[in-house]
Design a binder for this molecule. Structure first.
Ligand code: SF4
Length: 92
């Protein structure tokens, strides 16, 4: 089993990631129902929002990033699209 490497060690925010050295499989659960352990680590992570935004921007399809599963990230993306559409409609 591989130890967790923060999602992007090349980025400065990843240097303080709470998942450094943890078992990587924790962050790649088979189902969303098995994501609680990863989410608990992410909840205490000082770079959670950076990690979440990174995963959303890169359309990361696997794993728990920033405390969110793929399904949860998709919901965030859809919600943001709706919010942008409403704001655009209101501005025109
Ligand atoms: S939010 Fe979670 S996956 Fe992202 S760097 Fe922190 S502990 Fe790792």
């Amino acid at each position: 089993m591989a130890a967790m490497t923060p999602p992007t060690t090349a980025l400065s925010w990843a240097q303080t990631a709470a998942c450094t050295g943890l078992e990587s499989t924790i962050f790649y659960p088979a189902t969303d129902e098995e994501a609680d352990t990863a989410k608990a680590v992410c909840a205490e992570c000082p770079v959670r929002m950076d990690c979440l935004e990174h995963a959303i921007m890169r359309r990361e399809h696997n794993g728990v990033w920033g405390g969110a599963t793929e399904k949860e990230r998709q919901r965030i993306i859809r919600r943001r699209r709706r919010e942008r559409a409403v704001a655009k409609a209101a501005a025109s």
